[in-house]
Design a protein around this ligand. Structure first.
Ligand code: URA
Length: 253
């Protein structure tokens, strides 16, 4: 069907829905699956590819986590985001709501984005390495990461962010294929292919530091340094360069 015809069809459907609504005082409206499909149709290939992948993920049974999840948590935000945040795995709140970073750690991440970076959550893209919640919020297991990471890699391929912020060790290790701790990896640029990656502490870690005010301030300062580096990059004020020793890419390769 040509785009113009499709839009004519959508417009005429919407017109008749609104006419019916005006007549009936109804608070809800039922749509046929065909109408829903038409209304949600987009010609943006990135959006369509992400939707298709989300569908695949929602039926995934590759690792045992599918048996205990309420729902999968795919990712949220701008499909053309310049900045992508990658966390570890959904927690209880995310598992219930189907959206990443909506619990306590998510509120802290949202503050970093809004108050720190002066961006909206909807400007960036947010997702996790694992798309299903590990029971009792335990750490992701290696086999779970191995089964799930291709979904993340496909999200990156479709979204093509200009920069990635890896939140915590699991995200950093999955993206960079290293085993180092967050404290060793943070504070410098790494690369996922050609995309610069900045590693920083996971917001949950910052929340766990709350009882030790000195440590909390110190670790928050480091996160702010990492976030500022990302902001400088986004503003064109910093060009990430490869560290020939530390990111595994050697000068003679
Ligand atoms: N922690 C994560 O790593 N991801 C979430 O979505 C929530 C908490």
């Amino acid at each position: 069907m040509k785009h113009q015809d499709l839009w004519q069809e959508i417009l005429s459907d919407v017109r008749s829905i609104l006419t019916d609504l005006a007549k009936s005082n109804a608070k809800t409206v039922s749509l046929s699956p065909e109408t829903v499909a038409l209304l949600s149709h987009t010609t943006d290939p990135t959006v369509n590819a992400l939707k298709e992948l989300e569908q695949v993920v929602s039926g995934c049974t590759k690792c045992p986590l599918y048996a205990t999840r309420t729902q999968t948590v795919f990712g949220t935000g701008n499909p053309h985001a310049r900045l992508m945040f990658v966390g570890e795995a959904p927690g209880a709140d995310e598992d219930r709501q189907g959206e990443p970073f909506v619990g306590a750690a998510g509120q802290l991440l949202t503050q970093i984005i809004q108050k720190g970076m002066k961006l909206k959550r909807s400007d960036v893209y947010i997702c996790n390495v694992l798309k299903c919640r590990p029971p009792n919020n335990r750490d992701p297991r290696t086999d779970e990461i191995e089964q799930c990471r291709d979904y993340l890699f496909q999200q990156i391929e479709w979204i093509r962010p200009e920069v990635i912020c890896a939140l915590g060790a699991h995200a950093a290790r999955t993206l960079l294929r290293v085993q180092d701790s967050t404290s060793r990896l943070r504070g410098k640029w790494h690369f996922y292919g050609t995309i610069p990656v900045r590693v920083t502490y996971h917001p949950s870690y910052l929340l766990r530091c709350k009882d030790d005010k000195v440590k909390e301030r110190e670790e928050k300062r480091k996160v702010w340094e990492d976030i500022q580096a990302i902001m400088r990059f986004l503003n064109g004020e910093e060009i990430p360069s490869r560290d020939p020793i530390n990111d595994g890419t050697y000068l003679w390769q």
